[in-house]
Design a protein around this ligand. Structure first.
Ligand code: MG
Length: 381
């Protein structure tokens, strides 16, 4: 029997994950075909990707300059995500932009390779319920969640604990006072992963790990008190799962996002890809672990609490986090201002208990505005 070619739509194709997804797809031309590409403002790169992959559909935000490509039908990311001819949709759009396409793909019963964690963080209850109804399969692309997924494969018994690993970011060994002086340029240099700007800053504040706790809660139906975080600076173990008998399974590989991307696309198979790096065990002298310091990095604790409280709190966490990171990147607040602003927004929020999508979006927007307004009015952070 021949291999059936799968049609892949890549939403967020010009970002870090999108570009690496296209690289993986290029390694398996007999398996995958790019049917749709969606990007934001980077029309120059999107134009090149369209010329290279010749998709049927495309989407871009920039209204003023028309892409000079023939034979491409422009449709919205949500339409692309649910199109009947799409087999797998990779959702790598940033932040809140991912929510609508995820909902649309899940309603249509698609295989959703999910790199956008904010959608699950803010609307995990709605998304998992819809997926249960439609038979959609959410395939995690986030390296930690891909690791957990890989560890759970073949197990008949539910795991008793998930242990998410965190690199600890570039300021793991800084004193609390030193964190005050951290610049965006320093924060954008991640020690082990190459990623987009927002997630790189979130890794430095540990907000990213906090979002990943909530993401794991929804993906694996695991109670919050059974999800731990351990700092592992080498980023070789991508996460672990503990079982009832005390056995722990871990997934190890060199830090490279192309592996979790490929696993999501080729699941349940594993395919040879010579571009993926291998661990050289003789050169690996140690693997270290230490507990995270939530006093120095309060975002981790704030995120866990937001997840436990549920409702619109996780949406506020995301909205406030996004706005605070933007303010930090434009030198308007200190690095240590990020958790302060996130905490302020969470404290001021009047939560909605079982929000619908509109209420989630409204809470996220409200949080972003309150953070930006506070700073604009001269609030020092
Ligand atoms: Mg991750």
């Amino acid at each position: 029997m021949g291999i059936q070619v799968k049609n892949i739509a890549v939403l967020g194709s010009t970002g870090s994950i999108g570009r690496q997804t296209l690289e993986v797809i290029s390694s398996f031309p007999e398996r995958f075909r790019v049917i749709g590409l969606a990007a934001g403002e980077n029309t120059a790169l999107l134009g090149k990707q369209i010329a290279n992959f010749k998709p049927r559909f495309a989407h871009y935000n920039k209204k003023e300059d028309k892409l000079l490509v023939a034979d491409v039908e422009t449709i919205s990311p949500a339409e692309m995500a649910s199109h009947p001819d799409v087999d797998i949709v990779v959702i790598a759009l940033p932040g809140g932009a991912g929510l609508e396409p995820v909902i649309s793909a899940v309603k249509a019963g698609k295989k959703v390779a999910l790199a956008n964690k904010e959608s699950l963080v803010t609307a995990g209850e709605i998304i998992t319920k819809l997926a249960g109804e439609s038979g959609a399969k959410i395939l995690p692309v986030d390296s930690e969640h891909s690791a957990v997924w890989q560890c759970l494969e073949g197990e008949a018994t539910k795991a008793s604990r998930i242990i998410l690993t965190a690199s600890g970011g570039p300021f793991r060994n800084y004193l609390k006072e030193e964190l005050e002086k951290v610049t965006p340029e320093q924060a954008l240099k991640h020690p082990s992963w190459k990623m987009g700007k927002k997630v790189t800053i979130d890794s430095a504040t540990l907000l990213n790990k906090g979002l990943e706790i909530i993401e794991a809660h929804w993906l694996f139906d695991m109670p919050y008190d059974k999800i731990s975080v351990i700092v592992h600076p080498q980023s070789i173990i991508h996460s672990m799962v503990e079982f009832a008998d005390g056995a722990v399974k871990a997934q190890l590989s060199l830090p490279d996002m192309r592996l979790p991307i490929q696993y999501a696309l080729t699941y349940p198979e594993r395919l040879v890809n010579n571009k993926l790096p291998r661990i050289i065990w003789e050169e690996l002298d140690r693997l270290d672990f230490e507990p995270p310091d939530t006093d120095k990095f309060p975002c981790l604790k704030l995120a866990r609490e937001a997840g436990e409280r549920g409702g619109t709190y996780p949406a506020v966490l995301c909205g406030a986090g996004e706005a605070a990171v933007e303010l930090f990147l434009s030198h308007k607040i200190k690095f240590t201002g990020i958790p302060k602003l996130v905490e302020m927004a969470l404290n001021k929020h009047n939560a909605v208990a079982r929000p619908d999508i509109e209420e989630i979006k409204a809470a996220e927007k409200w949080a972003g505005e309150i953070v930006t307004d506070y700073t604009a009015r001269g609030g020092v952070c």
